[in-house]
Design a binder for this molecule. Structure first.
Ligand code: CTP
Length: 395
């Protein structure tokens, strides 16, 4: 697979250096090419061999090693980088760059590159809060360097406070967002609903459905990485919401209706991937229902069709629905597209064993308002999301 970009990762000497291995492993999985520069003290915490193995590239530690091919190391790495990440970034490297000191391979490369440089600091909380370090961070920010702030918790030295390297997933997400090749949703507001809703019978039991929320989450991530401001309305799902989007929980049909209606006017695009329950128990029992020895009849009453409501009030918003069908896929999806006044509907056959609910893949067909029908192979949900936004943007 071709590389999505060249990232030069600078690892400096802190206990969080081992977490840089995880960052590299995640970025390699996303098909980025990684070159690692280690400072001398970093190599005291983790061996260059570990970084070499994971990055599948020679690790650069010294400015003055014999060149393998004729190249000046810091200049060639500085030019090659689409982005530089310094993780963990110690007070020392921050201080050096902030004060124009270039005395080793990492500091010279940072100084020589024209790529975006991101620092992910990790250090003892007193060091991090030290006025000089904070001054240096402020100075670098003013020069356009970016920071992924450390978070608070128990530090390796036993102290509590801010100084822990930001979550690996967060670092990976920030990089992916920056290097994403399409930014065509910049300035747009996108609302996505995801996962199942639930309807309670009594304080203990509820009815719901098999939706996991993965499809909606993939749509929210795609919109985020393309530059949109994303609101993700999560139903009764337990998967961790993506970083960098505003997540709101709305577990019942009524809660979801209220959240979506409250936000609808300001949106440019609304994608309703949630599996909203059409029915709820007619009578909610505020006491736990006891067994009586007889059958229990459960009477359900129809609940709001949120998407239909949105279709009836929509102005300029692009409205996208999903159609989960077990039969007559295209006919049913087409009816929903028309009845709910949608611009697109993503139809999926929920009987396919290897795609659909809870799977990472989906086999879908996108129906457009203008009559086009676009069948798609089985593919990762993120790719379905990409295709959907390609179509929306091509309108
Ligand atoms: N939807 C909704 N409110 C409901 C039911 C569905 O907003 N009460 C939305 C879903 O989020 C989805 C689309 O409508 O985008 C179609 O959902 P689906 O469950 O496939 O269809 P229904 O309209 O519920 O019709 P049926 O269950 O009869 O197939």
């Amino acid at each position: 697979m071709s590389s999505k970009g060249n990232i030069v990762i600078g690892v400096t000497g802190g206990i969080a250096a081992y977490k840089a291995l995880d960052i590299i492993s995640r970025l390699k999985k996303e098909s980025f090419n990684i070159d690692v520069i280690m400072t001398e003290s970093a190599s005291k915490f983790v061996t260059p061999l570990s970084f070499q193995t994971l990055s599948q590239n020679i690790v650069n530690c010294d400015m003055f090693t014999e060149p393998r091919a004729w190249e000046i190391k810091h200049i060639s790495l500085a030019k090659k980088a689409d982005l530089m990440l310094i993780a963990p970034a110690t007070a020392n490297i921050i201080g050096k760059v902030a004060n124009g000191i270039a005395d080793d391979l990492l500091s010279t490369t940072i100084m020589a590159t024209q790529a975006k440089v991101i620092f992910a600091p990790a250090m003892n909380t007193n060091m991090y809060n030290n006025a000089i370090v904070q001054h240096n961070i402020g100075k670098l920010k003013d020069f356009g360097y970016e920071f992924i702030e450390p978070f608070s918790g128990r530090l390796a030295c036993g102290d509590y406070g801010t100084g822990k390297l930001a979550d690996v997933e967060k670092i990976v997400q920030v990089i992916q967002s920056i290097l994403y090749d399409k930014k065509d949703l910049k300035g747009k507001k996108v609302l996505v609903t995801a996962g199942p809703t639930m309807a309670a019978l009594d304080p203990v039991r509820y009815i719901t459905n098999r939706s996991s929320g993965k499809m909606g989450y993939a749509i929210a991530e795609e919109a985020r990485d393309r530059g949109a401001e994303v609101t993700l309305v999560c139903g009764n799902t337990y998967i961790k919401p993506p970083i960098g989007v505003e997540s709101v929980y709305a577990k019942t049909n009524e809660d979801m209706l209220n959240v979506v209606l409250g936000n609808f006017n300001k949106q440019d695009i609304v994608v309703k991937a949630a599996a909203v329950a059409d029915y709820k128990p007619k009578n909610y029992s505020d006491k736990k229902i006891k067994k009586s020895g007889n059958d229990l009849d459960l009477v359900l009453t129809q609940d709001n069709d949120i998407l239909k409501k949105l279709g009836s009030i929509k102005t300029d918003q692009v409205l996208v629905g999903f159609a989960a069908e077990s039969n007559d896929l295209l006919e049913n999806a087409k009816k929903k597209l028309e009845n709910k006044n949608l611009d697109f509907i993503v139809a999926n056959d929920i009987t396919a064993p290897d795609s659909g609910f809870a799977s990472d893949n989906n086999r879908t067909t996108i129906l457009c308002r203008d009559g086009r029908i676009i069948p798609m192979e089985k593919m990762p949900k993120r790719q379905v999301a990409r295709k959907l936004f390609d179509l929306i943007n091509a309108r």
